[in-house]
Design a protein around this ligand. Structure first.
Ligand SMILES: Nc1nc2c(ncn2[C@@H]2O[C@H](COP(=O)(O)OP(=O)(O)OP(=O)(O)O)[C@@H](O)[C@H]2O)c(=O)[nH]1
Ligand SMILES: [Mg+2]
Length: 240
């Protein structure tokens, strides 16, 4: 908890504390859409936070809005990762660009953006391998992927989303710092918000690093994705 909030907690002034937290978490920002297609989103984070599932949910949401997307299996590291994304692609009804296991993820991304341009697909959603924020070589790989994107669309990926698990504790800000440094994160997706964890760890991330929270993952199914609302989120923090 940040220094500013401590006296409010100690004093038991919860309504003021609630307002202060809402203020910290506001304003909300929707996902950016580029006027020059394709709009490119890349999903990053440590292992098992919900990156691949979130991509499927977002593709599903876009499809319901009548917008096509292309999924990119940028996780060439884990054997089953590409198949997992392909399976989601089948369920959502969108195409997946994938190469063999062990391929250079930057090359997969290059192919995918070229394909999206050629086929006029407005959204490209890039999955990446889960990586510990302490592994320098893996962070270097992310930088390379981002350079390829930047060369191909002549701007950075429109959203560089750090996917966090709501159960994350003290470690959250450190993780966010490292990914911010490596990829200039533009937003947070907080997954597994349907469990008991309330995700309070995102407060210092927003306050100290200024990274907005954009989406909440609320389950394992395609419909389980919500836009972030600071008031609802904060009120839930104070409920038993
Ligand atoms: N309850 C719940 N489970 C989720 C949510 N998002 C993802 N999961 C589950 O969490 C597990 C990991 O999700 P993935 O999407 O594979 O996570 P990932 O970040 O791609 O994992 P790696 O590729 O291994 O780094 C799966 O069992 C998902 O079903 C969520 O919002 N709520
Ligand atoms: Mg994954």
């Amino acid at each position: 908890m940040t220094k500013e909030l401590l006296p409010l907690i100690k004093g038991g002034d919860y309504s003021q504390l609630e307002n202060k937290i809402i203020e910290i978490l506001s304003p909300t920002e929707p996902l950016k859409v580029s006027p020059i297609p394709p709009t490119v989103y890349i999903f990053l984070g440590v292992n098992g936070t919900g990156k691949t599932t979130t991509i499927a949910k977002l593709a599903h949401r876009l499809k319901k809005e009548g917008k096509e997307s292309l999924l990119v299996a940028g996780d060439t590291f884990r054997a089953a990762a590409g198949e997992q994304l392909e399976e989601w692609g089948r369920r959502v009804g969108v195409d997946v660009i994938k190469q063999r296991e062990g391929a250079d993820p930057a090359a997969v991304v290059f192919d995918a953006i070229s394909a999206a341009k050629a086929r006029d697909i407005p959204f490209v959603l890039i999955d990446t391998a889960g990586r510990l924020h302490t592994k320098v070589n893996l962070l270097e790989e992310l930088k390379k992927i981002n350079r390829v994107i930047e060369r191909q669309i002549e701007r950075k990926a429109d959203e560089r989303l750090l996917v966090l698990d709501a159960t994350i504790g003290q470690n959250a800000i450190q993780q966010a710092r490292v990914f911010l440094e490596a990829c200039d994160i533009t937003g947070i997706v907080l997954c597994k918000y349907d469990g008991t964890a309330k995700g309070g760890a995102i407060i210092p991330i927003r306050k100290e690093l200024g990274i907005p929270i954009k989406l909440l993952g609320t389950g394992e199914n395609l419909e389980d994705l919500m836009s972030f609302d600071p008031v609802t989120f904060t009120k839930a923090l104070f409920q038993q």
